[in-house]
Design a protein around this ligand. Structure first.
Ligand code: PHE
Length: 450
């Protein structure tokens, strides 16, 4: 990004809206419920919350601070703060993650477009679970329609990144994010009054510790990084726009709190419906798109709420996707000295093409990598390997390589505010985060067996 546009966010609310806008997205409403459904409910939730607290939030604090110190894009940050060291690789891993995530993110966001039209045309009237399932599967395994919407979404993302985000998305996310909250709460109320709501709630909140396995931790960790947008440099990029006055610690806590709250609220909207309408909680990526229309179909003015909900989900996805695209665009602009316009168009086209392959791999064609569809593979690879790999490197960088005094100075705003938990934070960077992520990696690569 050009240095003259580096004047940064205008207010505390602006910072939180943009960073929460990045964090709150399809990860909360689409990904979180089906991952928790696949991984046994309550046991997963508790591990997830622990991952947010002990791994996600520290990395977010670290990313914000690094960005605000360097005042450049994520790749240049490591070049500047750790010249000629192995840590430059963090930026490139981030680039690869951004490419993978955007490829499938656009496909899912595209489904929202289609669901908006479906709700307007009354497709969710008198819905049965079988019909809901059919509507979803017909859409995702189709050829033209999902691709059309995926490409449309990607170009919308590119359009906003092209014209800057400050007066567009930042302004609108301040209005639209609270609206999303309100709609989810209304959905929650309806879901909680469904016949088998209690079964749904106990699935979500019953902490059965015996169900926790290393794989649960592995999935929870990936979901925490994905949902908080950490491990790939998004928050470094956003950190570079934050004014020196802001308190980075409280900003991180606020963003993580809002993000987690929306995920839990989405769970409360979805699982009562899953249990009332006999949908399999482990039915995978379609869970939200199958169970929520069932809730809408049982609501007064359900079509209108459905339409509004999918619009807001689309917007939540958009405020996240621009933050992902920005990571790539900012780097290419600066490092190759190509105009922002050219880079944005080029990146959008390339990512859209990968998105087309993702969309086709959902059933229209058999496009597999490592025994999974191309889309599932990118989803798995990015959250479960690339983001944790980025996070472990950032953690080691902060724990061992980077000047601790400079880091603390940044977090305390030159000593003006207190930094509670300083010792704990460094313990996490030095030992806990690298240890946990390494163990999980080693186990999953079959190098150790626990
Ligand atoms: N956090 C976003 C979501 O939950 C996705 C995302 C991941 C955004 C990584 C930026 C970086 O939908």
């Amino acid at each position: 990004m050009e240095s003259n546009s580096r004047d940064g966010f205008s207010s505390k609310i602006g910072v939180i809206a943009a960073a929460a806008g990045s964090a709150i997205g399809l990860g909360n409403i689409w990904r979180f419920p089906y991952i928790i459904g696949d991984n046994g409910g309550g046991a997963f939730l508790i591990v997830y919350l622990l991952c947010v607290l002990t791994l996600g939030i520290p990395i977010m604090i670290g990313e914000f601070a690094l960005g605000r110190i360097s005042r450049v894009n994520a790749i240049a940050t490591f070049r500047k703060l750790a010249p000629k060291s192995i840590f430059s690789i963090v930026g490139y891993i981030g680039l690869l993650s951004a490419f993978c995530i955007l490829s499938f993110y656009g496909v899912v966001a595209g489904w929202c477009f289609s669901y908006i039209l479906k709700s307007l045309s009354g497709a969710f009237n008198n819905l049965t679970p079988d019909k809901a399932d059919l509507i979803f599967n017909n859409l995702v395994s189709g050829g033209f329609e999902p691709i059309f919407w995926q490409v449309a979404f990607m170009f919308l993302t590119g359009f906003i990144v092209l014209f800057g985000i400050k007066n567009g998305i930042e302004k609108y996310s301040k209005i639209l994010m609270p609206l999303l909250f309100i709609i989810i709460i209304i959905l929650d109320i309806r879901a909680l009054t469904l016949a088998n709501a209690n079964d749904g709630l106990s699935f979500l909140f019953k902490f059965d510790f015996s169900k926790i396995t290393l794989n649960t931790i592995f999935m929870a960790l990936g979901q925490a990084f994905f949902s908080l947008s950490v491990g790939m440099g998004t928050m470094i990029t956003y950190g570079s726009y934050i004014s020196k006055k802001e308190n980075l610690l409280t900003t991180s806590l606020n963003v993580a709190f809002a993000d987690t709250l929306v995920a839990v609220l989405a769970g409360i909207a979805i699982f009562p419906a899953v249990f009332t309408f006999n949908i399999d909680p482990s039915s995978g990526a379609g869970l939200a798109f199958i169970s929520l229309p069932m809730v809408f179909s049982k609501m007064f003015m359900g079509n209108i709420f459905a339409c509004l909900f999918f619009i807001l989900l689309l917007v939540a996805g958009l405020t996240s996707s621009i933050s992902i695209l920005e990571v790539i665009v900012a780097f290419l602009c600066e490092d190759f000295n190509i105009s922002r316009k050219k880079v944005t168009i080029l990146t959008t086209v390339v990512v859209s093409l990968s998105g087309v392959i993702c969309s086709l791999s959902n059933g229209f064609m058999k496009i597999n990598l490592f025994n999974q569809s191309y889309m599932d593979f990118l989803n798995y690879l990015s959250s479960n390997f690339l983001l944790p790999l980025g996070a472990i490197l950032i953690s080691v960088f902060l724990g061992y390589y980077f000047d601790k005094k400079l880091f603390v100075k940044e977090l305390t705003n030159d000593g003006e505010i207190k930094l509670p938990f300083e010792k704990l934070l460094f313990f996490l960077f030095k030992f806990f985060i690298p240890f946990i992520i390494s163990i999980i990696f080693l186990q999953n690569l079959n190098i150790i067996k626990l």
